[in-house]
Design a protein around this ligand. Structure first.
Ligand SMILES: *Cc1c(COP(=O)(O)O)cnc(C)c1O
Length: 489
């Protein structure tokens, strides 16, 4: 296997091994790590079709994390994708009408973040061992709602790590908030931030790149790392399920082997869809990736015009995990389509002016956006067909329908389903029937279960009765000081 090395998108850093890049999270120059080249699959596609999720994960990840031994990598995979997931398939493909939904919410926290965050702690601790790092790893995480809980679950009580999660105090759903504030584990901290996700993510990135603070932390025996999708260790495990979805379509005779398909991905930080782009570059027959945005449609505008402009009103929507104006992982796409000089220039400009223009046309990613009303209508429409979508999945569903209206595309399409509807009961139930308006989010858990004739998922059953353990709230300007107080004072 050829060794794959990692470099910063902004070009100012030496080449790192996979384990070093995973440990580091973000490059010193503020860029993100990318492989110097994307490996292509060496086996015939046929060979991947009947593999278990775990074996497929090994095939894909071993092409990227080339400094792990087979034993190490299999240990990480088998520890992550076990009965924490409530289905043996890990990522089942579900058909409703003519549509296919790839359900990525069967992990512990009921959102797709579990797909990568159940393996990241193992990748990180194995990387630490490999590099003889004897410091404690401090995971700093900004969350738009789902990453926080998934990272907390992944890292809680993991030896040699601590985790601090910052979430926008008014920018997450009731269930999301309760999931985080009831988190147990002596190494976990959860803090609400007065501000939106972008403010939170920007402040966290600043803490990561603060040389003085990093030095003080190091002297006290700590190093920072990231559980956000800026960490390449988050991105790589997400490539696997694109292959897995394809395999399921072949297995049930929906497509012939090598037939091209599309994916529609509800997008925020651009991590999930970027993994799809990697899968395509590796040789998976993907034609179009449809990038679905909510009313924070900065990516839609970018794919339409080439101008990325975050100077606009931030909208709080019913799909909070996509309420983002700075989609960090787009930097990796730009870098793949240009070079590190261009990337550095554009992203410096984004920092100073809040916008940039990229002239290269990206043809295989199509932007669509969906309004709040359309999202709600889509949930109701699909409920009447017998399937309950969460608000994020609904954005993707509707985006695909809008795409179809304007394009004569006969490819089969997979809608990436990123969260369980039980995480967003208020908006989901209200969309189905207005009688649910103004009813408590936790009462609606039971109501939704009744509607579906199912049980409330065990992962969040009776969550409203759990003790709240984290109540801290701070201003975004106070985040750095708070971290300092936790570790270096
Ligand atoms: C994080 C998240 C998204 C957006 O994914 P990105 O990788 O940030 O683009 C979409 N839906 C849900 C439910 C999420 O948690």
């Amino acid at each position: 296997m050829t060794e794959i090395k990692y470099v910063s998108t902004r070009g100012n850093e030496e080449k790192l091994t996979a384990s070093q890049a995973i440990l580091k999270g973000i490059a010193d120059d503020g860029g993100l790590f990318v492989p110097t080249k994307i490996p292509t699959i060496t086996k015939k596609l046929e060979e991947y079709i009947s593999m278990s999720y775990q074996d497929l994960a090994y095939e894909i990840l071993s092409m990227y994390i080339t400094d792990f031994t087979e034993e190490e990598l299999r240990f990480c995979i088998n520890s992550a994708y076990d009965d924490k997931f409530d289905t043996k398939d890990i990522a089942p493909l579900v058909k409703c009408g003519d549509d296919y939904f790839l359900e990525l919410f069967h992990g512990k926290t009921l959102a797709f973040k579990d797909m990568a965050l159940s393996i990241l702690p193992y990748l990180l601790t194995t990387s630490a061992k490999k590099n003889n790092l004897e410091k404690e790893i401090v995971i700093l995480t900004a969350t738009s709602g789902d990453t926080g809980k998934a990272a907390l679950e992944g890292f809680a009580n993991t030896k040699g790590t601590s985790i601090v999660v910052f979430y926008p105090v008014d920018g997450v759903s009731q269930v999301q908030k309760r999931q985080m504030t009831t988190q147990e584990g002596s190494n976990t901290s959860v803090v609400g931030v007065v501000g939106n996700f972008d403010d939170t993510q920007t402040a966290v990135k600043e803490i990561f790149t603060d040389k003085q603070l990093n030095k003080e932390m190091f002297e006290k025996g700590y190093v920072f790392s990231s559980a956000n999708s800026i960490n390449i260790g988050r991105l790589l495990p997400q490539i696997v399920y694109y292959f897995y979805a394809y395999a399921q379509l072949v297995k049930n005779n929906t497509i012939k082997i090598n037939e091209k398909i599309n994916f529609t991905v509800p997008t925020g930080n651009f991590g999930n869809i970027l993994a799809g782009h990697f899968a395509k570059k590796m040789g998976l027959p993907i034609d179009k990736l449809i990038c679905a945005s909510n009313e924070n449609k900065v990516l839609y505008d970018f794919f339409e015009t080439g101008e990325y402009n975050k100077n606009r009103q931030f909208v709080l929507t019913s799909s909070p995990s996509m309420d983002i104006l700075i989609s960090s992982n787009l930097e990796r796409l730009i870098c793949l389509y240009s070079d590190s000089n261009t990337t550095k220039k554009l992203f410096t400009q984004l920092n100073t002016e809040g916008k940039y223009t990229f002239d290269t046309k990206i043809n295989d990613i199509i932007g669509e956006f969906v309004t709040q009303q359309e999202t709600s209508d889509a949930i109701c429409e699909v409920f009447n067909l017998g399937y309950v979508m969460d608000t994020h999945t609904a954005v993707a569903y509707k985006a695909y329908k809008k795409y179809l209206k304007n394009n004569n595309d006969i490819n089969k399409n997979v809608i990436i389903s990123t969260a369980s509807p039980y995480k967003f009961t208020e908006d989901v139930c209200k969309a189905i029937d207005s009688k649910y308006e103004n009813i408590d989010a936790f009462v609606l858990l039971e109501e939704l279960a009744k509607l579906e004739n199912k049980d409330v998922p065990s992962q969040i059953k009776e969550i409203d009765k759990k003790e709240i353990l984290h109540t801290k709230v701070c201003e975004k300007e106070e985040m750095k000081e708070l971290v300092k107080n936790m570790f270096v004072k």
